[in-house]
Structure formats: C-alpha cells, structure tokens
Ligand binder design. Structure first.
Ligand code: FAD
Ligand code: NAP
Length: 489
C-alpha cells in the first residue's frame, strides 16, 4: 500500500543537483531520498584520494554561496568540495529534508496522462493529487520497500558513479580466465590508503582507459610503485584524447577560446535559425584555427608525439563532448621514469596471465583496473517506467548548470511560466542531437560546453529574466559567465 506523503515533492539524490533542488524547492518541504549515508554524490563515492575539481573553485560554486576562499586559484580536493557542500546544506537548512540510506527502486506514474506531468496542455504541475508512486528501499534489505505518493518528482541521480560500465567479452575471454585481480575504479574508490598501496606495490598493473579516472589512477599507481621493486603501470588506450596541462594556451587564458559569449558565437547551438547556421558555416575556419592553435600548443608543451599520444581528431571535438582531462602535474614525469607505459589497442581480452590485444601482443598483469566510466543510462532505466525511458539522453552537468536548472524548475513548479508543448521540446532535443552530430564524432557524449551560455540564456528567457547579464557589452564579449551572474536580481 502506498502512503500519500505529507510532502508534495520528492527529490531523488543528494549530490550537488539534489541539494540545489532541495534549496530551491525548500518552501514545499520536499523529501530527498538519498541511497547512501551521505551527501555529495560522486565527490563522496566516486573519488580517489587524489581527485580534485578540474576547475578553479569560482567556476564550481552556488550563486548565493561563494566559496570562503573563492580567489584561491588552486583546485579544491574532493574532501574540500564535500565540506563546501555540507556548509551549503547547513546554511540553507536543507539536510532536514534528506532521508539517508533510502534508495528509490521504482517510479510509477499514477497521474492523469492528459493533464499530468508530461508537459503540453497541463494545469498546475502540483495538481493537488498524487501523480507518482515512489518505491523506496531502506537499508540493505530488498524486501524493506516502502511506497509513497507524490505530486512531483525531481530526479537528481547523476550520470556518473553508482553503476560501473564494465567491458564485456566472449566466453573464455573474460575476467573468469584471468588468474589476477580485476576491478573497476568504483571499487578502487572504496579502498583505504593502506589497501591501495597493497594493491599496487610490486604489482604489474594494467589500467584500461585514457580519460580522467584512468590518468589520475596511473599516477597513483606510479607513485605507489617507486623504488627498485616498482613495476610499471600500463594504460590500455582505445581512443586517444587531448589532455591539457593547465588553463592557459600560449600565455592566453583558456576561457577566451570557449567560455565567453564571443567565443561561443562561432559554435552551432540547438535553437539556431538558418541565418545563424549559415554564419557558423562561414566562421567554421575560425573554429578550426582556434582548435589548431590549441593543438599546436599541446603538442609543443607535452611529449605527446614521443609517446604516440597525439590524437588525430581536432581538439574542439573533445571539448564539445566534455572529454578534455586536466593532467596531474607529474603524469609525464612518471612516464619519463618508465613507471607509466602506454599500449594502444582497439580490442583486448583476458588470458590466464594478463591481457591479449588484437595485434597479437600480450601484456602480463597481476591487477587489471577498468577505468571505463559509468553507466548513467542504466541508473535511470532502473527506476523509470515507460514511456519516460524513451527520453533518456541527457547531458553532463556542472554545478552552474545544475543550479540554474533548479532555479528554473522551482519557478516552473510555482506556475510562473509554462513548458512548451511536448512536440516542441522533443524537437529541441532532436535539434541538439543534430548539432552535436555535426560538431563532434563523440556526439553520444552529449555536452553543452560549446553553447553553455546559450543554454543558460534559454533558461533565463523562459523564467522572464534578462539573459545578457553582464554590466556592458565588452564584459559580455570577453568575460566568461559564472554562477554569480545568475543571482536572482
Ligand atoms: C570523479 C569525478 C570527478 C568529477 N569532476 C568534475 C569537475 O571537476 N568539474 C565538473 O564540472 N564536474 C565534474 N564531475 C561531474 C560531476 O558528476 C558533476 O559535477 C556533479 O557532481 C554531479 O552531481 P549530481 O548531484 O548531478 O550527481 P551525483 O554526484 O552523481 O549525485 C547523485 C546522488 O544520487 C544518489 N542516487 C543515485 N541513485 C539513487 C536512487 N535510485 N535513489 C536514491 N538516491 C540515488 C547517489 O547516491 C548520489 O548521492 C566529476 C564526476 C566524477 C565522477
Ligand atoms: N575532477 C576530476 O579530477 C575527475 C576525476 C575522474 C573523473 N572525472 C569525471 O568523471 C567522468 C567519468 O570519467 P571516467 O574517466 O571515469 O570515465 P570516461 O570519461 O567515461 O572514460 C572511460 C575510458 O574508458 C575507455 N573504455 C571504455 N570501455 C572500454 C573498453 N571496453 N576497452 C577499452 N577502453 C574502454 C574509454 O575509451 P573511449 O574513449 O574509446 O570510449 C575512456 O578512455 C568524466 O566526466 C570525468 O571528467 C573527473
């Protein structure tokens, strides 16, 4: 039997998005269901000891809660981020809404499909009667499931963490034939410092992947394998991507290339008309020139050619799909010492003593760690009913976008504006996919990076806010947007 909750709104997840949603919807006293025993999401459960924010703190802060030391240009560690999130949750008194160890295992739509929460010609989103049944498992007992009824549900379960994306293999080529240890980075995150040293010291380690988790892990592995008995750690690379040592290029701040209104002008965006599409086409040589300039800097600055790590695709394709990783300081110095090695292979599988590749070579290993990312789609599929599962492509989000979306959502719930028709929204999503396909071969990894200001403009306009929020045109052109620009004025 489902219980009608005294609260109208449920929020699922207490990472940055869930906390921002709870703060914006606080007047409805939402119930926040959090599967784990803590807030912070990936910063708590999918971080290594060395994990830091990839940007300075002023690019990852809530609009109404600046970091205490926001001008400190060092990248905060994941523990500092957790502290910051705790301070935010405490300051705005939202922890009281969170029910920890409460995992949502099923959502059922029980509302009126015509007038319900699907957009279109609906009345109020909070219609005065329940529309969603939320099944919640408390603790570890799968039998201990309680069902609650809510009028509105906000899903903030994140795209990363929780469910590892593990490679699959034909029979007799998977981990079952390997004598050593196989794990995913998510398992690695749970280890203590002592356990990680034990895992690495004197072991031949293979790390599958060449993105941020893999790169950070390779450095942790190399650092644990110093000295005479130290063994190299080998990165197994399927696709090369551009990596970046810091946020300046030939002495110019990186934000000038992709994060200002003028720099984003040359990139396609979903809601563009024919004229803009034509302008973008005309300006595409400029887009390529900027990308080439960054590529030439990176090739000069980093030993990419020496190690065969120079990607064939343009830098801007990695940027447009949020695949750019910031290198830890000593990555290439560890490689120079022979403690990090690289093996490029499009296909690989296990054998008794390690990994075999499609070029008929083998790599002996004691430990194989899959830094192969996460399956965010599976996380959503696990709880969403049809037809909602059909709309499952969703973009990576940073704190600024997550917060602005929550501000937008709170106003939508208040009935201050209405959603466009379902057809119009689906049309916009289709356009977004088309733009991504034209922009980057990695379009499946949807990301708003090259049109983030336009994305925020659209949210502002729907809320009735001014979208150009800087003091003058010069600032609009050359200064990037931060959360502070979206303080409700
Ligand atoms: C290691 C790592 C580092 C990152 N670094 C950066 C960075 O430097 N800059 C940047 O902009 N972005 C970074 N990201 C992206 C990051 O995912 C976002 O910035 C942001 O933290 C996502 O927050 P979220 O609240 O949307 O999701 P999450 O942090 O994933 O939080 C989701 C929450 O929902 C809970 N949950 C999930 N399923 C359920 C369920 N069924 N029932 C109840 N609760 C549930 C989870 O336990 C979790 O607490 C990083 C991601 C990772 C994995
Ligand atoms: N702030 C930080 O310091 C930090 C730290 C870690 C992670 N993150 C963020 O967390 C998110 C997830 O990052 P992630 O690095 O864990 O995952 P990811 O970005 O999804 O990268 C997965 C890697 O594994 C490779 N891979 C996947 N399946 C493979 C297979 N079967 N065989 C060989 N290679 C395979 C991928 O190669 P292909 O490219 O060929 O697919 C890619 O190199 C990203 O947004 C990242 O920026 C941030």
């Amino acid at each position: 039997m489902a219980v009608v909750s005294s609260s109208k709104i449920a929020i699922i997840g207490a990472g940055i998005s869930g906390l921002a949603a709870a703060k914006q919807l606080a007047k409805y006293k939402p119930v926040v269901f959090e599967a784990t025993d803590s807030i912070g999401g990936v910063w708590q459960h999918a971080s290594f000891r060395s994990t830091k924010l990839q940007t300075p703190r002023c690019d990852y802060e809530f609009s109404d809660f600046p970091w205490p030391d926001r001008d400190n240009s060092s990248f905060p560690s994941h523990t500092e981020i957790i502290e910051y999130l705790h301070a935010y949750a405490t300051h705005f008194d939202v922890l009281k809404f969170v029910r920890f160890n409460s995992k949502v295992v099923e959502l059922r739509f029980v509302g009126d499909r015509e007038g319900g929460g699907c957009g279109g010609d609906y009345g109020q989103l909070l219609a005065g009667h329940p529309a969603w049944e939320v099944a919640v498992q408390t603790g570890h007992d799968p039998e201990a499931v309680q069902r609650y009824m809510f009028e509105f549900v906000v899903i903030c379960i994140g795209k990363y963490g929780d469910i590892p994306k593990m490679p699959t293999f034909p029979v007799n080529k998977g981990p079952e034939v390997f004598k050593g240890k196989v794990m995913h980075t998510l398992d690695y995150c749970k280890l203590s410092e002592e356990e990680t040293s034990e895992l690495f010291e004197g072991k031949r380690v293979a790390i599958v992947g060449y993105k941020k988790s893999a790169i950070d892990l390779a450095v942790e592995c190399a650092e644990a394998n110093q000295g005479e008995d130290g063994k190299p750690c080998t990165m197994v690379i399927r696709t090369l991507h551009w990596t970046v040592p810091h946020y300046s290029v030939w002495g110019l701040p990186f934000y000038l290339f992709y994060s200002t209104r003028s720099s984003q002008f040359i990139h396609e965006r979903p809601d563009q008309g024919l004229f803009r599409a034509f302008t973008c086409l005309l300006l595409s040589p400029m887009k390529r020139a900027i990308s080439k300039m960054i590529e030439s800097y990176l090739t000069w600055k980093l030993p990419l050619e020496k190690y065969g790590l120079k990607p064939d695709h343009p830098f801007h394709e990695d940027y447009a799909s949020c695949q750019m990783a910031i290198l830890p300081e000593n990555f290439f110095s560890e490689a120079d010492q022979g403690r990090i090695k690289f093996k490029k292979a499009s296909k690989w599988w296990f054998y008794e003593n390690g990994i075999e590749f499609d070029d008929n070579t083998k790599l002996e290993a004691d430990v194989v760690i899959c830094a192969t990312g996460y399956d965010g789609k599976k996380k959503l599929e696990a709880i969403l009913p049809q037809p909602f599962r059909n709309f499952l492509d969703y973009s990576v989000s940073n704190l600024q976008a997550a917060e602005l979306r929550c501000i937008w959502l709170a106003r939508l719930v208040e009935g201050r504006f209405k959603l466009p028709s379902v057809e119009k929204m689906l049309g916009l999503i289709a356009m977004e996919v088309e733009v991504m396909k034209r922009t980057t071969r990695f379009y499946k990894r949807q990301c708003i990076s090259t049109y983030s200001i336009n994305h925020n403009d659209m949210l502002c306009e729907e809320m009735g806010w001014t979208s150009w929020r800087k003091k003058n045109l010069l600032l609009e052109a050359i200064i990037p947007y931060t959360s502070q620009d979206y303080v409700d004025k």
